[in-house]
Design a binder for this molecule. Structure first.
Ligand code: NAP
Length: 261
Protein backbone atom coordinates (compact mmCIF):
# COMPACT_ATOMS: atom_id res chain seq x y z
CA UNK A 1 0.00 0.00 0.00
CA UNK A 2 1.32 3.42 -1.02
CA UNK A 3 0.20 4.93 2.30
CA UNK A 4 2.86 2.84 4.08
CA UNK A 5 5.28 5.48 2.79
CA UNK A 6 4.07 7.74 5.61
CA UNK A 7 4.94 5.30 8.39
CA UNK A 8 7.40 6.98 10.81
CA UNK A 9 7.80 10.04 8.56
CA UNK A 10 7.67 13.59 9.91
CA UNK A 11 5.17 15.63 7.89
CA UNK A 12 4.91 19.44 8.18
CA UNK A 13 1.61 20.92 6.94
CA UNK A 14 0.91 24.63 6.60
CA UNK A 15 -2.69 25.85 6.64
CA UNK A 16 -3.61 22.94 8.89
CA UNK A 17 -6.34 24.66 10.92
CA UNK A 18 -9.16 23.89 8.46
CA UNK A 19 -10.15 22.31 5.16
CA UNK A 20 -7.63 20.31 3.17
CA UNK A 21 -4.70 20.90 5.56
CA UNK A 22 -6.58 19.73 8.66
CA UNK A 23 -7.97 16.68 6.85
CA UNK A 24 -4.52 15.77 5.51
CA UNK A 25 -3.09 16.07 9.03
CA UNK A 26 -5.74 13.60 10.25
CA UNK A 27 -5.11 11.15 7.43
CA UNK A 28 -1.27 11.15 7.45
CA UNK A 29 -1.35 10.66 11.16
CA UNK A 30 -3.66 7.67 10.71
CA UNK A 31 -1.10 6.32 8.21
CA UNK A 32 1.59 6.39 10.93
CA UNK A 33 3.28 9.74 10.36
CA UNK A 34 4.22 12.34 12.94
CA UNK A 35 2.53 15.58 12.00
CA UNK A 36 3.43 19.22 12.64
CA UNK A 37 0.59 21.66 11.93
CA UNK A 38 1.00 25.37 11.23
CA UNK A 39 -1.62 28.13 10.88
CA UNK A 40 -2.78 31.30 12.62
CA UNK A 41 -5.77 29.71 14.40
CA UNK A 42 -4.54 27.35 17.12
CA UNK A 43 -7.76 25.78 18.52
CA UNK A 44 -8.67 23.36 15.68
CA UNK A 45 -5.06 22.18 15.44
CA UNK A 46 -4.66 21.94 19.21
CA UNK A 47 -7.78 19.78 19.40
CA UNK A 48 -6.39 17.36 16.83
CA UNK A 49 -2.96 17.46 18.49
CA UNK A 50 -4.48 16.38 21.82
CA UNK A 51 -6.52 13.60 20.21
CA UNK A 52 -3.55 12.24 18.25
CA UNK A 53 -1.11 12.30 21.18
CA UNK A 54 -3.49 10.42 23.45
CA UNK A 55 -2.31 6.90 24.35
CA UNK A 56 0.94 7.32 22.40
CA UNK A 57 4.38 6.56 23.81
CA UNK A 58 6.01 9.73 22.44
CA UNK A 59 4.70 12.89 20.86
CA UNK A 60 3.27 12.27 17.39
CA UNK A 61 1.54 15.59 16.71
CA UNK A 62 2.27 19.23 17.40
CA UNK A 63 0.49 22.47 16.53
CA UNK A 64 2.08 25.88 16.07
CA UNK A 65 0.68 29.37 15.61
CA UNK A 66 2.38 30.58 12.46
CA UNK A 67 1.58 33.23 9.88
CA UNK A 68 3.35 31.92 6.78
CA UNK A 69 3.59 35.41 5.29
CA UNK A 70 6.07 36.25 8.09
CA UNK A 71 9.35 34.59 7.21
CA UNK A 72 10.88 34.80 10.68
CA UNK A 73 7.81 33.13 12.20
CA UNK A 74 8.09 30.29 9.70
CA UNK A 75 11.81 29.79 10.36
CA UNK A 76 11.34 29.87 14.14
CA UNK A 77 8.26 27.62 14.38
CA UNK A 78 9.62 25.12 11.85
CA UNK A 79 12.88 24.90 13.83
CA UNK A 80 10.84 24.29 17.00
CA UNK A 81 8.80 21.58 15.24
CA UNK A 82 11.99 19.87 14.07
CA UNK A 83 13.17 19.82 17.71
CA UNK A 84 9.80 18.51 18.93
CA UNK A 85 9.11 15.82 16.30
CA UNK A 86 12.30 15.47 14.24
CA UNK A 87 13.45 16.98 10.96
CA UNK A 88 10.83 17.41 8.26
CA UNK A 89 10.65 14.50 5.79
CA UNK A 90 7.63 15.79 3.86
CA UNK A 91 6.55 19.43 3.64
CA UNK A 92 3.00 20.10 2.44
CA UNK A 93 2.91 23.84 1.66
CA UNK A 94 -0.85 24.09 1.67
CA UNK A 95 -1.72 27.45 3.28
CA UNK A 96 -3.61 29.58 0.80
CA UNK A 97 -6.61 31.74 0.18
CA UNK A 98 -8.30 33.77 -2.51
CA UNK A 99 -10.88 36.51 -2.80
CA UNK A 100 -12.15 38.61 -5.68
CA UNK A 101 -9.91 41.40 -6.96
CA UNK A 102 -11.89 43.55 -9.37
CA UNK A 103 -10.60 45.70 -12.21
CA UNK A 104 -12.89 48.53 -11.12
CA UNK A 105 -11.15 50.30 -8.22
CA UNK A 106 -8.29 47.85 -8.70
CA UNK A 107 -6.58 47.35 -5.36
CA UNK A 108 -2.97 46.30 -5.84
CA UNK A 109 -2.50 45.85 -2.08
CA UNK A 110 -5.35 43.32 -1.92
CA UNK A 111 -3.79 41.43 -4.84
CA UNK A 112 -0.33 41.53 -3.24
CA UNK A 113 -1.76 40.05 -0.03
CA UNK A 114 -2.83 36.96 -2.03
CA UNK A 115 0.68 36.66 -3.49
CA UNK A 116 2.19 37.01 -0.01
CA UNK A 117 0.16 34.08 1.26
CA UNK A 118 -0.03 31.75 -1.73
CA UNK A 119 3.47 32.30 -3.13
CA UNK A 120 5.72 33.93 -0.53
CA UNK A 121 4.25 31.75 2.23
CA UNK A 122 5.33 28.64 0.33
CA UNK A 123 8.79 30.12 -0.37
CA UNK A 124 9.30 30.79 3.34
CA UNK A 125 8.48 27.16 4.10
CA UNK A 126 10.89 25.96 1.38
CA UNK A 127 13.70 28.02 2.93
CA UNK A 128 12.93 26.54 6.34
CA UNK A 129 13.13 22.87 5.28
CA UNK A 130 15.43 22.66 2.23
CA UNK A 131 18.85 23.00 3.94
CA UNK A 132 18.16 19.99 6.17
CA UNK A 133 16.64 17.93 3.34
CA UNK A 134 19.59 18.65 1.05
CA UNK A 135 22.07 17.87 3.83
CA UNK A 136 20.30 14.60 4.63
CA UNK A 137 19.90 13.75 0.91
CA UNK A 138 16.27 12.97 1.62
CA UNK A 139 12.98 14.82 1.54
CA UNK A 140 9.80 15.69 -0.27
CA UNK A 141 8.38 19.13 -1.06
CA UNK A 142 4.67 19.27 -1.85
CA UNK A 143 2.99 22.44 -3.07
CA UNK A 144 -0.76 23.06 -3.06
CA UNK A 145 -1.42 24.60 -6.44
CA UNK A 146 -4.78 24.26 -8.18
CA UNK A 147 -6.45 23.70 -11.53
CA UNK A 148 -6.77 27.50 -11.32
CA UNK A 149 -3.11 27.51 -12.40
CA UNK A 150 -4.20 26.34 -15.87
CA UNK A 151 -6.92 28.90 -16.66
CA UNK A 152 -7.56 32.38 -15.33
CA UNK A 153 -11.02 33.87 -14.80
CA UNK A 154 -12.56 37.30 -14.12
CA UNK A 155 -12.14 38.46 -10.52
CA UNK A 156 -10.12 35.39 -9.55
CA UNK A 157 -7.20 36.32 -11.84
CA UNK A 158 -4.91 37.12 -8.93
CA UNK A 159 -5.62 33.79 -7.24
CA UNK A 160 -5.07 31.98 -10.56
CA UNK A 161 -1.82 33.90 -11.14
CA UNK A 162 -0.47 32.93 -7.70
CA UNK A 163 -1.21 29.26 -8.38
CA UNK A 164 0.52 29.48 -11.79
CA UNK A 165 3.52 31.05 -10.05
CA UNK A 166 3.64 28.29 -7.44
CA UNK A 167 3.35 25.56 -10.11
CA UNK A 168 6.21 27.11 -12.12
CA UNK A 169 8.33 27.43 -8.99
CA UNK A 170 7.86 23.75 -8.16
CA UNK A 171 8.38 22.56 -11.74
CA UNK A 172 11.79 24.20 -11.93
CA UNK A 173 12.86 23.12 -8.46
CA UNK A 174 12.07 19.47 -9.20
CA UNK A 175 15.03 18.63 -11.48
CA UNK A 176 17.34 20.88 -9.46
CA UNK A 177 16.55 18.92 -6.31
CA UNK A 178 16.89 15.50 -7.96
CA UNK A 179 20.63 15.07 -7.25
CA UNK A 180 19.84 15.55 -3.56
CA UNK A 181 17.10 12.90 -3.53
CA UNK A 182 14.51 15.53 -2.64
CA UNK A 183 11.22 14.91 -4.46
CA UNK A 184 8.72 17.53 -5.54
CA UNK A 185 4.98 17.09 -6.03
CA UNK A 186 2.59 19.70 -7.40
CA UNK A 187 -1.04 19.22 -6.38
CA UNK A 188 -3.70 20.70 -8.66
CA UNK A 189 -7.15 19.86 -7.34
CA UNK A 190 -10.37 21.14 -8.83
CA UNK A 191 -13.06 22.40 -6.45
CA UNK A 192 -13.08 20.86 -2.98
CA UNK A 193 -15.78 21.44 -0.33
CA UNK A 194 -14.05 23.64 2.27
CA UNK A 195 -14.45 27.11 3.81
CA UNK A 196 -12.63 28.47 0.76
CA UNK A 197 -15.36 27.41 -1.66
CA UNK A 198 -18.33 27.69 0.73
CA UNK A 199 -19.17 31.28 -0.23
CA UNK A 200 -18.60 30.93 -3.99
CA UNK A 201 -21.58 31.70 -6.16
CA UNK A 202 -19.82 30.75 -9.41
CA UNK A 203 -20.63 27.27 -10.72
CA UNK A 204 -18.31 24.64 -9.20
CA UNK A 205 -18.60 21.59 -11.44
CA UNK A 206 -17.42 18.20 -10.15
CA UNK A 207 -16.79 19.58 -6.64
CA UNK A 208 -15.05 16.99 -4.45
CA UNK A 209 -15.78 15.84 -0.93
CA UNK A 210 -12.98 16.90 1.42
CA UNK A 211 -12.16 13.45 2.80
CA UNK A 212 -11.83 11.91 -0.67
CA UNK A 213 -9.84 14.82 -2.11
CA UNK A 214 -7.32 14.64 0.74
CA UNK A 215 -7.03 10.86 0.34
CA UNK A 216 -6.37 11.10 -3.41
CA UNK A 217 -3.71 13.77 -2.88
CA UNK A 218 -1.96 11.84 -0.11
CA UNK A 219 -1.83 8.77 -2.35
CA UNK A 220 -0.10 10.86 -5.03
CA UNK A 221 2.38 12.13 -2.45
CA UNK A 222 3.05 8.60 -1.22
CA UNK A 223 3.74 7.56 -4.83
CA UNK A 224 6.05 10.60 -5.22
CA UNK A 225 4.11 11.75 -8.28
CA UNK A 226 5.49 14.82 -10.04
CA UNK A 227 2.03 16.32 -10.45
CA UNK A 228 -1.56 15.44 -9.70
CA UNK A 229 -4.38 17.25 -11.51
CA UNK A 230 -7.87 15.97 -10.70
CA UNK A 231 -10.73 15.15 -11.03
CA UNK A 232 -10.25 14.23 -14.69
CA UNK A 233 -13.61 15.72 -15.72
CA UNK A 234 -12.56 19.09 -14.34
CA UNK A 235 -9.10 18.81 -15.96
CA UNK A 236 -10.83 18.26 -19.31
CA UNK A 237 -13.28 21.09 -18.61
CA UNK A 238 -10.38 23.43 -17.76
CA UNK A 239 -8.44 22.47 -20.90
CA UNK A 240 -11.50 22.95 -23.12
CA UNK A 241 -12.36 26.25 -21.46
CA UNK A 242 -9.18 27.71 -22.97
CA UNK A 243 -11.01 27.69 -26.32
CA UNK A 244 -14.09 29.51 -24.99
CA UNK A 245 -14.25 33.12 -26.24
CA UNK A 246 -13.73 35.84 -23.63
CA UNK A 247 -17.20 37.25 -24.36
CA UNK A 248 -18.76 33.97 -23.21
CA UNK A 249 -16.56 33.81 -20.11
CA UNK A 250 -17.61 37.38 -19.27
CA UNK A 251 -21.28 36.47 -19.69
CA UNK A 252 -21.04 33.25 -17.65
CA UNK A 253 -19.29 34.91 -14.71
CA UNK A 254 -21.20 38.24 -14.66
CA UNK A 255 -22.80 38.92 -11.28
CA UNK A 256 -21.25 35.76 -9.82
CA UNK A 257 -18.58 35.98 -7.19
CA UNK A 258 -15.57 34.04 -6.06
CA UNK A 259 -15.88 33.93 -2.30
CA UNK A 260 -16.84 36.77 -0.03
CA UNK A 261 -15.75 40.35 -0.63
N1 NAP B 1 -11.02 24.20 -1.77
C1 NAP B 1 -10.71 24.17 -3.03
O1 NAP B 1 -11.60 24.04 -3.91
C2 NAP B 1 -9.28 24.25 -3.48
C3 NAP B 1 -8.98 23.90 -4.79
C4 NAP B 1 -7.67 23.99 -5.22
C5 NAP B 1 -6.68 24.39 -4.36
N2 NAP B 1 -6.99 24.74 -3.08
C6 NAP B 1 -5.91 25.19 -2.20
O2 NAP B 1 -5.89 24.37 -1.05
C7 NAP B 1 -5.32 25.09 0.03
C8 NAP B 1 -6.19 24.91 1.27
O3 NAP B 1 -7.44 25.51 1.01
P1 NAP B 1 -8.80 25.02 1.67
O4 NAP B 1 -9.78 24.86 0.57
O5 NAP B 1 -8.55 23.90 2.60
O6 NAP B 1 -9.22 26.35 2.43
P2 NAP B 1 -9.40 26.70 3.98
O7 NAP B 1 -10.25 25.69 4.66
O8 NAP B 1 -9.81 28.13 3.99
O9 NAP B 1 -7.92 26.54 4.55
C9 NAP B 1 -6.94 27.50 4.35
C10 NAP B 1 -5.85 27.29 5.39
O10 NAP B 1 -4.80 28.25 5.13
C11 NAP B 1 -4.49 28.84 6.38
N3 NAP B 1 -3.96 30.19 6.25
C12 NAP B 1 -4.55 31.28 5.70
N4 NAP B 1 -3.75 32.35 5.83
C13 NAP B 1 -2.64 31.92 6.51
C14 NAP B 1 -1.46 32.55 6.95
N5 NAP B 1 -1.23 33.85 6.73
N6 NAP B 1 -0.53 31.79 7.59
C15 NAP B 1 -0.75 30.48 7.82
N7 NAP B 1 -1.83 29.82 7.41
C16 NAP B 1 -2.77 30.55 6.76
C17 NAP B 1 -5.80 28.86 7.16
O11 NAP B 1 -5.53 28.92 8.55
P3 NAP B 1 -5.61 30.23 9.47
O12 NAP B 1 -6.70 31.10 8.95
O13 NAP B 1 -5.89 29.65 10.82
O14 NAP B 1 -4.27 30.86 9.40
C18 NAP B 1 -6.35 27.51 6.81
O15 NAP B 1 -5.84 26.52 7.65
C19 NAP B 1 -5.15 26.53 -0.44
O16 NAP B 1 -3.84 26.74 -0.86
C20 NAP B 1 -6.08 26.59 -1.64
O17 NAP B 1 -5.70 27.58 -2.56
C21 NAP B 1 -8.27 24.67 -2.62
Amino acid sequence: MAELQFLGKVVFITGASSGIGLEMARQVSRAGAKVAMFARRLPPMAELETALNQNQKGRVAAAYVCDVTEKQQVLTTFAQAAKDLGPCDILIANAGNGYPVRVTNFDADAAIQIYKLNVFGALHAFEAVLPSMIKRRSGHIVGMSSLAAFRSYPESHTYCATKSALSAQLEGMRPELMPYNVHVTTLCPGFVKTDLTAANTVPMPFILELEKAARVMLRAIAKKKRRLAFPWQMVLFTRLSRFVPDSLIAKATKGKSYKKD
